[in-house]
Design a protein around this ligand. Structure first.
Ligand code: PLP
Length: 370
């Protein structure tokens, strides 16, 4: 930001939001909601209209049946995750988090005074946690498993069989709740259809919290609407936390989210097609840079890039120094892998036009190879 303010030509590939505008029919629904006076508090857990739309979304897209009292609308999926951590975890509890992970998970676990337990996944296994790794990480203190598919920062997508295999391990451990963060559900191009964790594991339905939202699928990051569905007691506890902190999600945003979930989905498809086209264009270009390895991803809008050889070549100590140098010398902003629990990597967001991406990759090449 400071460099931009100083007039530098900065390319920010560090952002975690689609570079598309919210579709017109969704904005229109918000305008109409304002004009109709939907400007008051709503029910704490969401408007009847939005909750019904979420219920149908789960039914049609994920083959999951949730009664309305098992659904809670929040101010973004981030608040859904936070509500869950605060209501479920106590001091001394452990939460298993596959690494690389979304930066907020460990901090949320720590804010609940519990301990994050990281399970390192590798590019060789497609950044997917293996059932034996999960089994080895479980202790008597394990209370939560956090899964995120499609994943930020790797773009990894768990196929149905992989989710079933993790579920088989968890069946032996009835105390463990699964938080399945599916916020990137509609941005993926894996070979099979997207599978929700609870759909793959009906036996674990009663201890799975499914989290989703409109931020990524409908390019609505600023509107702040996410939702969680799961066991009644947990949803009730999460609602109690929300009741004493933020109350309901914005009434106008809820009207917009209702229109998003109930309305035409062609914009979702179009955006996903565009993300895949960019992925397919830039992944080989990045992989061709000396000292850099970039495996293809299956979803989200990130590539997670191994820069360990480039660090050696340039005599740099770590990915943080790499990102600082890259920004200073070339004006390209990336996020160091260390932030996601994976030193030696950088995350490149392709939520930018192909022209901008190609310019950025040329600059990264110059920096990495010099
Ligand atoms: N979960 C993951 C994995 C994310 O990457 C993000 C946003 O970057 C979120 C949740 C938060 O989404 P929301 O905008 O709905 O709070």
């Amino acid at each position: 930001m400071a460099l931009e303010a100083a007039g530098r030509d900065i390319i920010r590939l560090s952002v975690g939001e689609p570079d598309f505008d919210t579709p017109a029919h969704i904005k229109q629904a918000a305008i109409e909601a304002i004009q109709a006076g939907a400007t008051k508090y709503t029910a704490l857990d969401g408007t009847g209209g939005l909750k019904a739309a979420i219920q149908q979304k789960f039914e049609h897209e994920n083959h999951l049946s949730y009664p309305l009292d098992q659904i809670l609308v929040s101010n973004g999926a981030k608040q859904s995750c936070f509500n869950l951590c605060l209501s479920l975890l106590d001091q001394g509890d452990e939460a298993i988090i596959p690494a690389p992970y979304w930066v907020s998970y460990p901090e949320m676990v720590r804010m609940a005074e519990a301990e994050p337990v990281f399970v390192k996944t590798t590019a060789a296994s497609g950044f997917l946690m293996q059932p034996a790794q999960l089994a080895a990480a479980i202790t008597p203190a394990t209370r939560l498993l956090i899964l995120n598919s499609p994943g930020n920062p790797t773009g990894a997508v768990y196929p149905r069989e992989a989710l079933e295999a993790l579920g088989d391990v968890l069946r032996e451990h009835p105390k463990i709740v699964v938080m399945s963060d599916e916020i990137y559900e509609h941005i993926q191009w894996a070979s099979g259809p997207f599978t929700s964790f609870a759909e793959a594991n009906p036996a674990l339905f009663d201890r799975t919290l499914t989290i989703n939202g409109v931020s990524k699928a409908y390019a609505m990051t600023g509107w702040r609407v996410g939702y969680a569905a799961g066991p009644k007691e947990l949803i009730r506890a999460m609602a109690a936390i929300q009741s004493q902190s933020t109350t309901n999600a914005c009434s106008i945003s809820q009207a917009a989210a209702t229109a998003a979930l109930n309305g035409d989905k062609s914009s979702v498809q179009k955006m996903c097609t565009e993300f895949k086209a960019r992925h397919d264009s830039v992944q080989p270009l990045i992989d061709a840079i000396d000292g850099v390895r970039c495996a293809p991803g299956d979803g989200a809008f990130y590539l997670f890039v191994d820069i360990k050889d480039a660090l050696k070549h340039k005599g740099l100590s770590d990915d943080i120094v790499f990102c600082e140098g890259l920004l200073e010398e070339t004006g390209v902003a990336l996020v160091p892998g260390t932030a996601f629990g994976a030193p030696g990597y950088v995350r490149i967001s392709f939520a930018a036009s192909l022209e901008i991406l190609k310019d950025a990759i040329a600059r990264i090449r110059r920096f990495a190879e010099s």
